[in-house]
Design a protein around this ligand. Structure first.
Ligand code: SF4
Length: 227
């Protein structure tokens, strides 16, 4: 078991420093060329891997161009175009409905506020945060996906269980200039080393400050249960 820094703020700073050194090129892995494509890719990525989404959107973005094209696409046709993605029927509905709103209320432009974005179908705070950060250069919060959720708990940065309270706690301790990068660093480390089922603590740059480190810690703080 590692020994965390004295305060959560110091712990968050140490985590950011070390992960930044380990993953200097960390960034979003979804592919898109404009805000609408970003929005659609993020909607599709819920409970699905970015890799799968990128495979599917390569053709999708060639077939449909602009919000009218999605809004006017028949449900069955759009669902068929997405059928290797989890929950493709629902996601096709969300995309058609969100694009209809974008055409009717926002003159075809993806809105740039949290409230307007979260009013769109299929868009929660996490999706809105990604679109604001990468589409509009507006950083209002921290994107808490499954990797951020797991790593923050394992590293003793939060005891909260659900994304929104975790985000609130992280915003108090992660330096504001790193709110965007913190997510990408956690995702990279979560994929490479601190995986959900079998984290490689023996080869982890955070092992000496991680209270869940498997060496002699009995508990995975992410699950709150023994390893
Ligand atoms: S891999 Fe192990 S030591 Fe590293 S952050 Fe995850 S639980 Fe902690």
């Amino acid at each position: 078991m590692g020994t965390p820094r004295e305060t959560r703020t110091e712990q968050a700073e140490a985590v950011v420093d070390r992960l930044e050194e380990a993953y200097p090129d960390s960034t979003i892995s979804l592919r898109y060329s404009d805000r609408l494509e970003l929005l659609i890719a993020v909607i599709l990525s819920a409970q699905c891997t970015d890799e799968r989404v990128n495979q599917e959107t390569e053709q999708l973005f060639e077939t449909y161009d602009g919000p009218e094209a999605y809004a006017n696409a028949p449900q069955a046709e759009l669902a068929e175009a997405l059928n290797s993605i989890t929950y493709y029927n629902n996601k096709a509905k969300y995309i058609r409905s969100a694009c209809e709103t974008i055409v009717e209320e926002y003159d075809g432009e993806v809105p740039d506020t949290m409230d307007e974005l979260t009013d769109l179908s299929g868009v929660g705070r996490k999706t809105a945060n990604v679109v604001l950060q990468h589409g509009h250069d507006v950083v209002e919060g921290i994107v808490v996906d499954t990797h951020v959720q797991r790593l923050s708990r394992r590293l003793g940065l939060t005891d909260e269980e659900y994304p929104e309270p975790i985000e609130q706690e992280l915003m108090e301790i992660v330096p504001e200039g790193y709110w965007q990068q913190f997510t990408h660093l956690c995702i990279d480390h979560g994929r490479a080393t601190c995986t959900a089922r079998n984290p490689d603590c023996a080869d982890c740059v955070l092992a000496d400050i991680c209270p869940s480190e498997k060496g002699d810690s009995e508990v995975d703080l992410a699950a709150g249960e023994p390893w």
